[in-house]
Design a protein around this ligand. Structure first.
Ligand SMILES: Cc1cc2nc3c(=O)[nH]c(=O)nc-3n(C[C@H](O)[C@H](O)[C@H](O)COP(=O)(O)OP(=O)(O)OC[C@H]3O[C@@H](n4cnc5c(N)ncnc54)[C@H](O)[C@@H]3O)c2cc1C
Length: 616
């Protein structure tokens, strides 16, 4: 068995940054293990204008870490100390990316311009176009390679090794050789991304499944698992239809499964076309479904699209002709002025899109969808999980030492988050974890013999798992359908109990029966996905039964299908979830406030010099 100082699992924007920072901090003997440098969400996704969130630093508009932290914290169910850290380190992490060559725009005076994104009172957001996270990955990959950090690709981590609440490395499946081996590690940076494989209707890149289930199965505490983000996305090629895709006012049509019976279904639900088109326009910059914007806001569009698809019909955006009844004079002044100023107050949705954002058309053409010739199929899809594993202020798991969940798998966000803060959080987590690993000292060195024994046992179990009789495709379909049905943007507590029991049954069946030989990494991924879907459903049921109500992107429905209002007192609490070996244990803990540090330079300097800053 190989032993390294720090094992980094995952090569998205977060994992790459962690490997690079560890190296810069002087940590020797790092190994970066991943399914592939071209795998994961960061390098394969984007949006109309993919956003990165950081402290404002343009012109004379004042900003400060505590103000930015409040933008995280005020959305509720968020720990204030972590919010402050993600704010305080945002400039450092952003500039690190700038210095690596990520083309974030600045003016002739070197000022980094920003714009307002959702849940953002300032102009803290920036972007380098549709592919911000891809640009970040490409720059980070160049730097990781230049630093000579060892990378192992085409591998699926199948089990985390833990010794009495201490991380000890991982059992790895080589996807080419189809065999297992183990890497023991003093520290494990866990950067496996969001739970992309959990939902049937998803805008996570195809093939990105995430691996939070590996840590949940070892008892790592999680937080805010129910707080996911859903929104409208195209499904043939997975992409958010936000921004200009909505602002150009496409026709929303639905058809039977075979494409027949086309109709503009949204018109049935609106008193007048002007109101309908104004809502569609708003959806452009109010992309995630938000239960506060139902029924009198833009998220009514998500609900109506979902109702149509749930009834068995397919929904499409047609950019080739205008919606029936479109009258530019009658739409909201906001929409009209925007289109007028963009020189796009005429023509078809496609001509407006070509005028306002030609890249939005070529993007689909590059993926074999010609918006001039065909409509675009859409659905309400899972896009992001604000929750994830629970970390402390150094991004170390709160209950498994030497395990550092960073990036989307770390649940540092609350009910809502400013757009772009996921990318910031991943970079900050990488910096914090690397610094802590490099500088805090290790008073609990790994017991190699015990770790080897645990790894050998785990490897045996995994080999048995792949000599079974189940079909991984059937199980994947089952769990994804269950999550979309029960844990999407509409949740029915009276049906959730049954779904939790079915999820547990699937986990136990997989443990008992294993997968047909040949399932390989897909069987291993299923095992952790199934475990994760049990955890998510259990947390969602607990939250609904506790009376939290509808919030964020998800509406809780009562027996009559009515939206249960939110109990806002729960915004002061974070929901923690942990597996105790038999069942999931959930509890609400109070949000830690934003620390207000009125620091004194000499004192802080002394604490920094003698390493007190690293005592947790
Ligand atoms: C359509 C869309 C638009 C988005 N837009 C924005 C935006 O505008 N702003 C923003 O801030 N965020 C946005 N996000 C979210 C953001 O892109 C992600 O949260 C972020 O990229 C996650 O980065 P990560 O490094 O944590 O994970 P990822 O980039 O997903 O990387 C995970 C890595 O782990 C590897 N991995 C996973 N499981 C295993 C395993 N078992 N073994 C080995 N390796 C494994 C993967 O292969 C991959 O290398 C968007 C997301 C989507 C889907």
């Amino acid at each position: 068995m190989k032993k390294v100082h720090t094992l980094v699992i995952g090569s998205g924007a977060a994992g790459l940054a962690a490997a690079l920072r560890l190296h810069a901090e002087g940590v020797k003997n790092i190994l970066l293990v991943s399914e592939g440098l071209r795998r994961g969400t960061s390098i394969n996704t984007g949006s109309d204008k993919q956003t990165y969130y950081k402290l404002g630093m343009y012109g004379s508009e004042p900003d400060a870490p505590e103000l930015m932290a409040a933008s995280y914290f005020d959305n509720g169910s968020c720990h204030g100390d972590v919010a402050l850290i993600e704010s305080a380190l945002s400039v450092r992490c952003f500039m690190h990316l700038v210095n690596l060559g990520v083309p974030f725009p600045c003016d002739s005076l070197g000022q980094y311009i920003g714009y307002k994104t959702d849940h953002d009172p300032k102009r803290r957001a920036t972007s380098c176009g549709p592919y911000t996270s891809k640009e970040m990955c490409l720059a980070l990959i160049r730097a990781v390679k230049a630093a000579g950090i060892p990378i192992r690709e085409k591998c699926t981590v199948a089990r985390l090794i833990t010794l009495r609440r201490r991380a000890a490395g991982a059992v790895i499946f080589d996807n080419v050789k189809k065999s297992f081996d183990t890497v023991l590690a003093e520290n494990t940076v866990f950067a496996v991304g969001g739970p992309g494989g959990l939902y049937a209707q998803s805008v996570y890149p195809c093939g990105h499944t995430g691996a939070i289930g590996l840590a949940l199965a070892r008892g790592a505490a999680a937080q805010n698992l129910p707080e996911s983000q859903f929104g409208l996305a195209s499904i043939k090629f997975r992409w958010n239809v936000s921004g200009t895709y909505m602002q150009v006012l496409p026709r929303f049509i639905s058809t039977e499964q075979d494409g027949s019976g086309e109709r503009e279904f949204l018109r049935d639900c609106f008193r007048d076309d002007a109101r309908l088109n104004s809502r569609v326009f708003l959806k452009g910059y109010q992309w995630p479904c938000d239960v506060r914007k139902v029924p009198d806001g833009s998220s009514i569009i998500d609900m109506l699209v979902h109702r149509e698809t749930a009834s068995g019909r397919r929904v499409w955006l047609d950019f080739r002709s205008n919606p029936a009844g479109l009258d530019f004079k009658a739409i909201s002044s906001e929409a009209r002025e925007y289109l007028e100023r963009s020189g796009a107050l005429s023509g078809t949705p496609l001509s407006r899109l070509l005028k306002m954002n030609p890249g939005a058309v070529s993007l689909y053409r590059d993926h074999n969808i010609d918006l001039a010739k065909e409509p675009l199929e859409v659905a309400v899809c899972a896009q992001h999980n604000n929750g994830g594993l629970a970390g402390n202020i150094w991004y170390e798991s709160v209950n498994i030492s030497h395990l550092f969940p960073i990036g989307e798998v770390n649940g540092s966000h609350g009910v809502a988050r400013p757009g772009g803060s996921a990318l910031n959080a991943g970079q900050v987590g990488a910096f914090r974890a690397a610094e802590f690993i490099a500088r805090s000292g290790n008073d609990d060195p790994l017991s190699v013999e015990a770790a080897e024994r645990a790894a050998a046992r785990a490897q045996k179990e995994l080999e048995t798992l792949l000599r079974g009789r189940r079909s991984w495709q059937d199980d994947r379909r089952e769990l994804q359908a269950r999550m979309t049905r029960a844990a999407g943007h509409l949740r029915r507590p009276d049906e959730l109990g049954k779904e939790v029991r079915a999820a547990k049954k699937l986990v136990r069946a997989i443990e008992r029966e294993g997968y047909l030989p040949g399932a390989g990494e897909n069987g291993l991924i299923n095992a952790q996905l199934a475990f994760a879907h049990w955890a998510y459903l259990s947390a969602i049921l607990f939250q609904a039964e506790a009376g939290v109500g509808s919030r964020g992107s998800a509406a809780v429905l009562d027996k009559d299908g009515k939206i249960v209002p939110e109990d806002v007192s729960f915004r002061k609490k974070v929901l923690e979830t942990r597996f105790d070996g038999q069942k999931f244990v959930h509890r609400f803990v109070d949000c830690r406030p934003i620390p207000h540090e009125d620091g004194w330079f000499e004192t802080v300097w002394a604490e920094y010099r003698n390493g007190d800053v690293y005592r947790k």
